[in-house]
Design a binder for this molecule. Structure first.
Ligand code: GLC
Length: 548
């Protein structure tokens, strides 16, 4: 019996998998993925080792922003099924030991939401103050999040006779969180989905939810977290917070840790791409080492790609240009002057060693890994589809028509799969599941390693000397043991001259995959041969270790 029960912080060691229902699996042959199709694919995710499913917005929506424009927070887009189908997904996932979190998109609503229709209809509407209105555009208006699409954050509404605020698209009016009634309504929404069975939320656009300039800017996040925790002790909030390092801690709730449970490490993500472009891990190392210290209730989410552009907005102009030059040489592969619209494998010219090295980093750097569907099989983007939608093509299940994602006519699909080298005939789950040398099998192995090594999520990070600047070596240690990971950012083979402080000739370094044992000398040194772009993981086993 352990005195410290950590089950209420399950996210510290979660393997999170994000998918959009419409792009995953179509079970009723209408060309649109649905909840029933997803239920049938939960076993695939369980086999991969996923422990938490993150569902992108599946709510009723005009779908002008991939479902991030919600017109009914309680409704489910008819094309995906109904609440019964949703409960089946949650039940099946829970049965396979997987938790389910859902996107909570409450910074704004769709302009088709009944609240907004009512709000714009009259100054006396009970919903008028649900949104943010001005008679004039304020002098200090910030830039819009989507500069390629919108000029600003204030839009003149003829009907209302006033400007409303929209940090995102103009069809996404911002909710007014200073209004206690809005807070109450959102609490009901959150309470509803918790009761339906979800285990937490991926909270969209968090920095826009707080009230900049208010006496207590973070009050709302704290209230929301408190409410969620009271309703369901184990529920978590994973926040989308792309801000500089020195602002991040405040979103966890400072030393009280009473706001977000997790944050995506956007800085680590961006600096990882800079490191890849330079074939030098230094920028990534700086990023990891500049993370603010967090408490045991909080966690970082490590990721390679997501459903949006690969934003590089936290890099300097020169650094961004380096990454653009390496991974998005064509203007058409860029968006908003700050990001890349491609998936990882095409950016890395399909080099399997390099692709694996990136996922090995995602699973071994301190934190919890998050994958976007299709990453586990190396799906590419469809470069013919402009903007962020290039990475939102149907999951490639097999080499059948439409990649096996749907039996509908191709023109009815939500998006066309890519053709050529990344087409379903070359990249699909069915072939990879059976192939022990596939990327799928590699990622499954990473997931198993991560699961066996809770110190990656819980332990202390320490960088190790290797004598080769292109090799990142780090150790994660905790009460569960020690994991050592080596990543070679350069294309050529090398020998890493590793030094392991605290270890001596009574210790041994065991390859986590092959079981090969490397002797450690009296000074804690050991030499490890590495391939170009190689990634290796080891257990460091001391004389007292009881680990297998
Ligand atoms: C977040 C989502 C993005 C969406 C935006 C507006 O940034 O990740 O896809 O467009 O919020 O909701």
């Amino acid at each position: 019996m352990r005195v410290t029960d950590t089950s209420d912080r399950w996210w510290r060691t979660a393997f999170i998998y994000n998918l959009n229902v419409k792009s995953f699996m179509d079970w009723d042959d209408d060309g649109v993925g649905d909840l029933e199709g997803l239920s049938h694919r939960i076993d695939y995710l369980a086999a991969l080792g996923v422990t938490c499913l993150w569902l992108a917005p599946f709510y009723t929506s005009p779908n002008k922003d991939n479902g991030y424009d919600v017109s009914d927070f309680y409704g489910i887009d008819d094309r995906y099924g109904h609440h019964g189908d949703f409960v089946e997904v949650v039940r099946t996932a829970h049965d396979r030991g997987m938790r389910v979190i859902v996107d909570l998109v409450v910074n704004h609503t769709s302009d088709q939401h009944p609240w907004f229709r009512s709000a714009r209809s009259s100054p006396d509407s009970p919903h008028r103050d649900f949104y943010v209105w001005r008679d004039e555009i304020p002098a200090d208006a910030p830039a819009n999040v989507f500069p390629d699409a919108e000029d600003g954050v204030w839009f003149w509404d003829e009907k209302a006779g006033a400007y409303y605020e929209h940090n995102f698209y103009r069809h996404q009016p911002d909710l007014n969180f200073a209004n206690p009634e809005v807070r109450e309504e959102i609490a009901k929404v959150v309470g509803f989905w918790l009761e339906v069975g979800v285990d937490g939320f991926r909270v969209d656009a968090v920095p826009y939810l707080i009230e900049p300039g208010a006496a207590d800017e973070h009050e709302y996040l704290r209230l929301l977290r408190g409410y969620i925790s009271r309703r369901k002790g184990e529920a978590m909030m994973l926040g989308e917070v792309n801000v500089p390092r020195d602002e991040q801690l405040s979103f966890f709730g400072g030393s009280d840790a009473d706001e977000l449970s997790m944050q995506f490490d956007f800085i680590g993500n961006q600096r990882m791409y800079l490191a890849l472009a330079r074939q030098d891990p230094a920028p990534l190392v700086d990023a990891i080492e500049s993370r603010p210290a967090i408490t045991t209730g909080s966690q970082w989410a490590n990721f390679a790609r997501n459903h949006d552009e690969l934003t590089l907005d936290q890099l300097s102009d020169d650094e961004r240009d380096e990454v653009f030059a390496a991974f998005a040489p064509e203007e058409s592969q860029r968006i908003h002057g700050r990001g890349i619209t491609r998936r990882l494998p095409p950016m890395l010219d399909g080099d399997p060693r390099r692709i694996r090295m990136v996922y090995s980093l995602i699973f071994t750097l301190p934190g919890a890994p998050v994958l976007y569907y299709g990453e586990e099989i190396g799906m590419g983007d469809n470069a013919d589809i402009p903007g962020r939608s290039a990475v939102r093509t149907p999951m490639q299940w097999s080499d059948a028509e439409n990649g096996g994602s749907s039996r509908a006519a191709r023109r009815r699909l939500v998006a066309e799969p890519p053709s050529g080298a990344y087409g379903p005939e070359h990249v699909n789950a069915s072939a990879q599941v059976k192939d022990p040398d596939s990327l799928f099998s590699y990622v499954r192995e990473l997931a198993a390693l991560y699961r066996r090594s809770p110190e990656i999520g819980w332990g202390d990070y320490e960088r190790l000397e290797t004598g080769d600047a292109a090799v990142l070596a780090h150790r994660m240690s905790g009460s569960t043991g020690q994991t050592v990971a080596l990543h070679n950012f350069a294309p050529g083979p090398t020998v890493a001259e590793l030094t392991l402080p605290g270890a001596d000739e009574d210790w041994r370094l065991v390859d986590a995959r092959s079981g090969t044992t490397h002797a450690v000398d009296a000074k804690g040194r050991v030499s490890i041969r590495m391939d170009g772009y190689g990634a290796e993981w080891f257990r460091l086993i001391g004389p007292d270790s009881r680990r297998l």
